[in-house]
Design a protein around this ligand. Structure first.
Ligand code: FDA
Length: 404
């Protein structure tokens, strides 16, 4: 007689992205019988497209003692314990063990030299080393509690398990498999979900207001960008990119995670230059057009477009009024603008918000629902651009794997 009882595992990990693959491999190598399921056709698409195809897999500047420096969420300190127990150095050691060449870019960011595929292969090899059962594509239709664990209804039939780790990520890039499954599952078990919103995302502006700047699409320059007032103020010194619909580039992606609808951004387009003083000095010695003078401190395309905004700025600098020059300096070094929105989940690198960390143990990622864990981006922990989100995926996956 064939055995009619469904296959049984110590743990089922739902989502074979960064957090799920890593967690499954670690747990299986600790001796657990692990099933990893994912509904997407291809494994770890987000790792594949990450870091421009090279995967910015961690960041050397991450300081686990001060997570609020690089992470946001309702309780940024939640991630301290997991980040301290699995550090960038730990992941670097794994990457080195697999012989994957990498290099450091800007501000501690580590990228593979070749391709993101190296990292996917590494994570799959770690799963294989532990004997993980990997079902993909395979959707999970329902999860319910049993007397001593959970029963899952999947596209490949029913399974039972002692524990479930939810690693289904955020809502960003739905076309490669992002869903709100993790949020819905949390709610099914009575856990709060912090309202999700796109983060690390380009910002958009009203068409008519943006028209004078749309001609600058493609132009990139270093800026200082700020949002928020007083204690809430956040600022980044990074590159900004003009687009047809608004602003992008690292400066804008970073600030977008902190920007709230209806509030302004302040941009210094010539950081490190005392423009009032520089323009006053130019007036005393030069007969060039203002735009030509400005081009010493900002890209000439920007200088020209900027000077076009006012008649008083379209003349030789020695003929310009003091007030007009001061206004020009002010508008360039304190450009204040209110985005109308973002490019949304279609373009967002991550999702801010997610499963409320107050429902989770910071040691194990187990929720108040016994045996149900949440790891990676599905949790209300959002990292800065620069490898912080992957490090959170590895660290939360590692903490969970020890406890499953
Ligand atoms: P992840 O999204 O990796 O995986 C979730 C998995 O769950 C997916 O495989 C999905 O198919 C599966 N899933 C979803 N719903 C399901 C369901 N109902 N049933 C079964 N499976 C389901 N970060 C960084 O640190 N460095 C970088 O270089 C980049 N670059 C980057 C570029 C781009 C374009 C994007 C969109 C994002 C990045 N990121 C990044 C962010 C990073 O990719 C992201 O934070 C991590 O992949 C999150 O890992 P998770 O495992 O939590 O989710």
């Amino acid at each position: 007689m064939p055995d009619a009882s469904p296959p049984s595992f110590d743990a089922v990990v739902i989502g074979a992205g960064a957090a799920g693959l890593f967690c499954a491999g670690v747990a299986a190598q600790l001796g657990l019988r692990v099933l990893l399921v994912d509904h997407a056709e291809k494994v770890a698409e987000k790792i594949r497209i990450s870091g421009g195809g090279r995967c910015n897999f961690t960041n050397r500047e991450l300081d686990p003692r001060a997570p609020h420096k690089h992470f946001l969420g309702e309780n940024p300190n939640f991630c301290r314990s997991a980040l301290a127990r699995y550090t960038p150095q730990d992941f670097i050691a794994l990457v080195q063990k697999h012989g994957i060449p990498f290099h450091e870019k800007h501000k501690g960011q580590l990228f593979g030299d070749r391709s993101s595929e190296d990292f996917i292969r590494m994570l799959l090899a770690e799963c294989a080393a532990g004997g993980v059962t990997h079902w993909q594509p395979c959707g999970v239709r329902a999860v319910r509690t049993t007397g001593d664990g959970y029963a899952l209804d999947t596209d490949r039939g029913a399974v039972t398990t002692r524990s479930v780790a939810v690693a289904t990520g955020g809502l960003s890039i739905p076309k490669i498999g992002a869903t709100d499954f993790g949020h819905r599952l949390a709610q099914q078990f009575g856990l709060r979900v912090v309202a999700p919103r796109p983060a690390l995302v380009p910002l958009t502006f009203d068409g008519a207001h943006w028209q004078p700047f749309a001609q600058l699409a493609g132009l990139a320059l270093p800026v200082r960008i700020e949002t928020g007032a007083k204690k809430e103020r956040m600022a980044f010194d990074e590159d900004l990119l003009f687009t047809h619909r608004g602003l992008s580039g690292p400066a804008v992606l970073q600030i977008s995670s902190y920007w709230r609808e209806g509030t302004p951004l302040r941009v210094d387009l010539a950081p490190g230059v005392d423009l009032p003083e520089a323009l006053t000095a130019a007036k005393a010695r030069s007969r060039k057009l203002i735009a030509n003078e400005l081009a010493q401190w900002v890209p000439s395309r920007l200088a020209e477009a900027w000077a076009q905004q006012e008649g008083a700025w379209q003349r030789p600098v020695n003929e310009a009024g003091d007030k007009a020059l001061q206004q020009l300096a002010e508008r360039l070094s304190r450009w204040e603008l209110v985005p109308t929105g973002t490019e949304g989940y279609r373009k967002a690198e991550v999702t801010a918000g997610g499963v409320d960390t107050r429902s989770l143990s910071s040691q194990t990622m187990e929720s108040t629902q016994k045996g149900l864990y949440f790891i990676g981006e599905v949790v209300d922990v959002t990292g800065w651009l620069g490898g912080y989100n992957f490090q959170w995926a590895w660290a939360s996956g590692f903490a969970c794997a020890q406890a499953l």
